[in-house]
Design a protein around this ligand. Structure first.
Ligand code: AHG
Ligand code: MN
Ligand code: MN
Length: 316
């Protein structure tokens, strides 16, 4: 039996990984560390709060849980304290928020993704993208200098990339993120699929064809309703596809370019995966509105390209 008193060796903390990894400038390293501290408070809040409604709604019209509001506040506090962020934009707030005037970075985030699943005790997450400079409108997700997500499941994990591979860390019992897997890759061929916004099948025959093709080819379905968890499944298994395609209720799909699809596409591409909106790379989409939605098909290259081709083909 191993002793419970000593950390296993060798262990690599998030900070030392950021430090050693070639292209992480000091300020960016400090900022990612500060964001990871926010995630620890959110992780604790999820375990200890009762998770009721806050009584308001965000700019997309979604009901806000107390935990949505609390997570947003925790992010704001940590970004403010870092002194490295000139402004931030959150899924939970209509406008950009100004912080330190001369600071180098802008941060975009979905503080709690999948929050409607809190009462079901499903996994939920936080998603973050980091840009240099103060403008977000007119930029593209390819201009992010780093992206990360945190998944609050049976274990709390953090996945980040600064454009130099995709790396996974596990939150240990003393509150430190320790390296779990380095240089995660996504293979070209998918065996699993995660199909979002299936309500669109009733009025989008092409998506209906894609879905029935997955059924016919006997791919394995893995869908939880939390994008972070569903996309993380692809990183964890090293293959798979996640889709959120439009129909009459959500013509551009349900997910947001800035807070959800942009950062996760940065990570997927850095792992060798592909992320398209049906036509072009999510990374190449111009941000025209902070809360704009976009279709997304993300994951294993061959399957993503096949699905986008199917979505474009004229139905007979
Ligand atoms: P949020 O909780 O931030 O509003 O995001 C929920 C999103 C995303 O996590 C998930 O993929 C999608 O909503 C699920 O949508 P369906 O309810 O259509 O499955
Ligand atoms: Mn979300
Ligand atoms: Mn959210």
């Amino acid at each position: 039996m191993t002793s419970n008193h000593c950390p296993p060796t060798p262990r690599v903390s998030l900070n030392s990984h950021l430090f050693q990894s070639a292209n992480t400038p000091d300020e960016l390293r400090h900022l990612i560390n500060d964001i990871s501290r926010a995630a620890k408070y959110i992780s604790y809040a999820i375990q200890t709060s009762e998770g009721g409604l806050a009584g308001g709604s965000n700019s997309s019209g979604d009901d806000q849980l107390e935990l949505d509001v609390l997570s947003n506040t925790i992010f704001e506090q940590h970004l403010n304290e870092s002194n490295l962020v000139c402004c931030y934009s959150s899924e939970e707030q209509k406008e950009m928020v100004e912080l330190s005037d001369d600071a180098k970075y802008s941060v975009v985030f979905d503080p709690l993704d999948g929050s409607s699943l809190v009462d079901a005790n499903f996994a939920i997450g936080s998603i973050v993208g980091i840009y240099e400079g103060r403008e977000i409108i007119g930029r593209k997700p390819s201009e992010q200098v780093a992206a990360l997500y945190v998944l609050y499941g049976p274990r709390t994990i953090l996945i980040y990339s600064t454009g130099n591979g995709v790396h996974e860390f596990l939150l240990n019992d003393v509150g430190e993120f320790i390296l779990f897997r380095e240089n995660i890759g996504i293979a070209d061929k998918a065996k699993n699929y995660s199909a979002g916004n299936l309500r669109a099948l009733s009025d989008n025959p092409k998506y209906d064809e894609v879905f029935h093709d997955w059924l016919k080819r006997e791919l394995t379905l893995r869908y939880s309703g939390c994008m972070v968890a569903d996309v993380h499944h692809i990183f964890a298994k090293g293959q798979g596809i996640f889709s959120n395609v439009g129909g009459s209720k959500y013509p551009d799909g349900k997910l947001r370019l800035v807070y959800e699809c942009g950062p996760l596409s940065f990570l997927a591409e850095n792992a060798g995966g592909v992320s398209l909106d049906g036509n072009i790379r999510i990374m190449d989409k111009e941000i025209t509105d902070l809360h704009q939605r976009t279709q997304i098909i993300i994951g294993s290259k061959n399957e993503v390209e096949k699905v986008c081709k199917q979505l474009k083909e004229t139905s007979e």
